[in-house]
Ligand binder design. Structure first.
Ligand SMILES: Nc1ncnc2c1ncn2[C@@H]1O[C@H](COP(=O)(O)OP(=O)(O)OP(=O)(O)O)[C@@H](O)[C@H]1O
Ligand SMILES: Cc1ncsc1CCO
Ligand SMILES: [Mg+2]
Length: 267
């Protein structure tokens, strides 16, 4: 497939004009997420201080917020950034890491949801819990299947007017109207910490390319991860080598290969 919004077309545009992506992510993810964005062709900036997060969000192409290693000061920076992104009409991608684990996280996510995320990405346990269901998640790790989170994703999409991405063995994306499943990737991916957090940042990069088409941007980011993940798995010996093979695969992935190998099906 090669059309105006195919994953390959969007990847080509991203490389031609690297978007500045404002990432407020966690301490675990900061390095790998920045490297993932660079390998894909985007320009990451990890900026979380409350004194500057709002100002920075207004100049970036998109904002991504991840609550993985949250504190009160970080939350204030997140809120300032989300408000500024909203005012500037910039896409805002939310990653509600383990929001079900503590009252502090739940309250933080409630506040961030009020600020109107464009896209929400989580693993199955996070998305089930966000819709009010009983999830089996343990800390930051999912113990539910993506298929079990599909109804929750559709519900959340309609409730928040957002695109919802659920990741796992087969990813699911919906805007409440359309839906798609993306196959590929590797069972080694959840063995490397913060690849999901990095994917959230990459959704931000693609959203900056197509601010008016968050569903297509999200599908493109997930397809990019799936194809690069398969390429990396064919070379890696385990999680350690997978993590650097994955960066190499992302950097080597071209638009035509992405469109040829992406397995995106309407759902
Ligand atoms: N079993 C699997 N097989 C293939 N790909 C997978 C599998 N599990 C996860 N992935 C892929 O790994 C990437 C990260 O998704 P995952 O659901 O593991 O995120 P996460 O749980 O939020 O991770 P983290 O919190 O460590 O950042 C996605 O591209 C997803 O498709
Ligand atoms: C391990 C871990 N702990 C908090 S955030 C994070 C990265 C994966 O979500
Ligand atoms: Mg996660």
């Amino acid at each position: 497939m090669q059309d105006q919004t195919s994953p390959g077309t969007l990847l080509g545009e991203l490389r031609a004009q690297p978007p500045l992506v404002h990432c407020i992510t966690n301490f675990v993810a900061m390095n790998i997420a920045a490297n993932v964005l660079l390998a894909a062709g985007a320009s990451p900036a990890m900026v979380h201080a409350e004194e500057e997060a709002g100002e920075f969000a207004a100049i970036a192409g998109a904002l991504t917020i991840n609550i993985g290693t949250l504190s009160s000061a970080w939350l204030r920076g997140m809120q300032a950034a989300a408000i500024a992104a909203g005012r500037a009409g910039k896409p805002f991608v939310l990653d509600p890491v383990a929001h079900y684990a503590t009252g502090f996280r739940r309250a933080a996510v409630d506040r961030l949801l009020e600020l109107g995320p464009t896209v929400i990405r989580g693993n199955a346990s996070e998305i089930i819990a966000l819709a009010g269901g009983a999830s089996r998640g343990q800390g930051v790790d999912s113990r539910d299947h993506v298929e079990q989170a599909e109804d929750a994703a559709r519900l959340l999409a309609r409730e928040h007017g957002a695109t919802i991405a659920v990741t796992g063995a087969v990813d699911f994306v919906t805007d409440g109207d359309r839906a798609a499943r993306i196959e590929g990737g590797s069972a080694l991916m959840p063995q490397v910490t913060a690849l999901g957090c990095s994917l959230t940042c990459l959704i931000g990069a693609f959203s900056a390319i197509r601010p008016g088409a968050p569903f297509e941007a999200t599908v493109a980011a997930l397809a990019t991860f799936s194809v690069a993940g398969e390429m990396a798995a064919s070379k890696a010996d385990g999680p350690g080598s997978f993590s650097w093979c994955f960066l190499d695969a992302l950097a080597a992935l071209d638009a035509a290969t992405l469109d040829r190998d992406a397995r995106v099906r309407a759902a």
